[in-house]
Structure formats: structure tokens, C-alpha cells
Ligand binder design. Structure first.
Ligand code: F6R
Length: 260
């Protein structure tokens, strides 16, 4: 796990975009795993800018959303399919048919979950998975207690997550209770994961998953086992880390050839 502490979300967006750009230039048909929420927005802004300014080409790339609410009608502005379309894929030249998300409206939800797992596999797996982290340590919507072996499935949101996400809806009552999320096993299969966290409200979750024990009570802690996990933090999100100075020192002295 590599922890990089940066001054703010702008720099985080640029560094994560560097990783995506390097991947897409090396492998034009790369498969990107796309998170929603506030954390990845600076990454999508930066990628849209690079597409506009330098012609960064997503013409052969694929995108797979990390999760989706269950029961929001197609086209609902807070469905993650819509959010990803609006915040990222409509702003670059990724083909709409190459953007995939779990079907939270399916009559047979377990079948929709399996279909999604199969679709990821058929594309050769996810090359780079963008992640945020919840205040309770969730990644995707793998709430505390999620199995480390889990695949795409239905989960029930914890009240804290519904409250955290109520800012995107008219009221707490409108936030769905159920979601489809890539499982922790699915996320661990991604070849590179880039997790971004900003703000003091994430400091405890960051400390728990980076430096705490690997335990299902903090789902993101499984990333300690990932062979290529990059954690991009601002100062506030990093403020409870015991080894913050070491992470800074390691990054400042990192050999150029290592890349991200
Ligand atoms: C979003 C997702 C969630 C969020 C997390 C943090 O697709 O899967 O895990 O990344 O809830 O949300 P923000 O970034 O809004 O604080």
C-alpha cells in the first residue's frame, strides 16, 4: 500500500489522472472502475480537461461503475449510472455502450449481480479501480462486516452511510436502503486500485484501514493485502496517521522509475 499525502484535492485529482492517463496511453482498451460520490470528482474534472486540451483518448476504453442504488428509476439524477454519465463519461469520448453499471431496477437482482460479474470478467477484468472510502470504512458499498471474499451482490446501507449520502437527495427518507455493489473480492481483483480521501471527516476511517488491523469491521482494510494499492490523501484525511512522516519521506525519495 502506497500512501501519498498531498496539499489538496486538485493535486489528488491530477495525480490520479496521471495514473489513468498512463494506463490509457499504454493500453487504449483499458478497463476503468468508476466510483461515484464527491471524492473522485476532481479526477473526472482533470480527465475531462486532458481530453479537451490534449486529446486524451478514451475511444476504446471501458468503464464499470462500482455500485448502484436499488430501486431508483432509470434516469434518476442520483442513480450512479446517471452520476457517472454526467460527471465523467459524457465529458470524454468513451462510447456510451462501453459504460456499464449494475442494474438496480432488475426484477431479478441476484441475476443482475451475476451478469455484472460476468461482464467484468469478459472484458478481461478491471485495470484501474478508482475508490473513495466511507466514514465507516466502506469501499464500494461494502459496509462493515462484508465478507472479504464477496462478489457483486445486494447490500443494505448502514444508517450512517444513508445520512452521509442524504446531501445528494431532497431528504434522508429518499435515500435507498439497498444497493448493488462490487464485492470486496471483485475490487481486490482489480490490477491497480487508487483510493482518494479528503477532509477531516475521513481521518478516522483512513487511520483504521491504513494502519489498523485487517478486519471486516473496516472493509477498506482488505486493501492492505492488495499488491498495488495507491492511497491519495489530503492533509486533513491524513491527520490521524501515525506514520504520516514516513509516508511523506518515502514518497519524496521515491525513484522516478517506480511510477505510481
Ligand atoms: C461510491 C462509493 C462509496 C463512496 C464513499 C465516499 O461509488 O462506492 O464507497 O466512495 O461513500 O463517498 P464520498 O466520496 O462522497 O465521501
Amino acid at each position: 500500500m502506497e500512501v501519498v499525502i498531498l496539499p489538496g484535492s486538485r493535486q489528488i485529482g491530477r495525480m490520479a489522472a496521471d495514473a489513468v492517463e498512463a494506463l490509457v496511453r499504454r493500453k487504449p482498451d483499458a478497463v476503468l472502475g468508476l466510483a461515484t460520490g464527491s471524492s473522485p470528482l476532481p479526477i473526472y474534472d482533470e480527465l475531462a480537461l486532458r481530453h479537451e486540451d490534449r486529446g486524451l483518448d478514451f475511444g476504446r476504453a471501458h468503464g464499470f461503475a462500482l455500485d448502484e442504488y436499488v430501486g431508483l428509476p432509470a434516469g434518476h439524477p442520483q442513480s450512479y449510472r446517471e452520476v457517472i454519465r454526467k460527471e465523467f463519461t459524457d465529458r470524454v469520448n468513451i462510447a456510451p455502450e462501453n459504460v456499464h453499471s449494475p442494474d438496480g431496477t432488475a426484477a431479478d437482482l441476484p441475476a443482475a449481480c451475476q451478469y455484472y460479474e460476468d461482464a467484468i470478467k469478459e472484458r478481461g477484468g478491471i485495470d484501474l479501480q478508482i475508490l473513495g472510502v466511507g466514514t465507516d470504512g466502506h469501499i464500494g458499498f461494502n459496509e462493515p462486516g462484508s465478507s472479504f471474499a464477496s462478489r457483486t451482490r445486494i447490500k443494505t446501507l448502514i444508517e450512517q452511510t444513508r445520512r452521509d449520502n442524504a446531501r445528494f437527495f431532497s431528504s434522508l427518507a429518499d435515500v435507498p436502503h439497498h444497493v448493488i455493489t462490487q464485492g470486496l473480492g471483485t475490487i481486490m481483483d482489480a490490477r491497480h486500485v487508487v483510493l482518494v480521501a479528503t477532509g477531516a471527516q475521513k481521518a478516522q476511517a483512513v487511520r483504521d484501514f491504513v494502519e489498523g488491523p485487517v478486519a471486516a469491521i473496516c472493509a477498506a482494510s482488505i486493501l492492505q493485502f492488495h499488491p498495488h494499492a495507491t492511497i491519495l490523501l489530503d492533509e486533513a484525511a491524513a491527520s490521524s496517521l501515525r506514520l504520516a512522516d514516513y509516508y511523506r519521506h518515502a514518497y519524496d525519495n521515491k525513484p522516478d522509475w517506480q511510477g505510481l
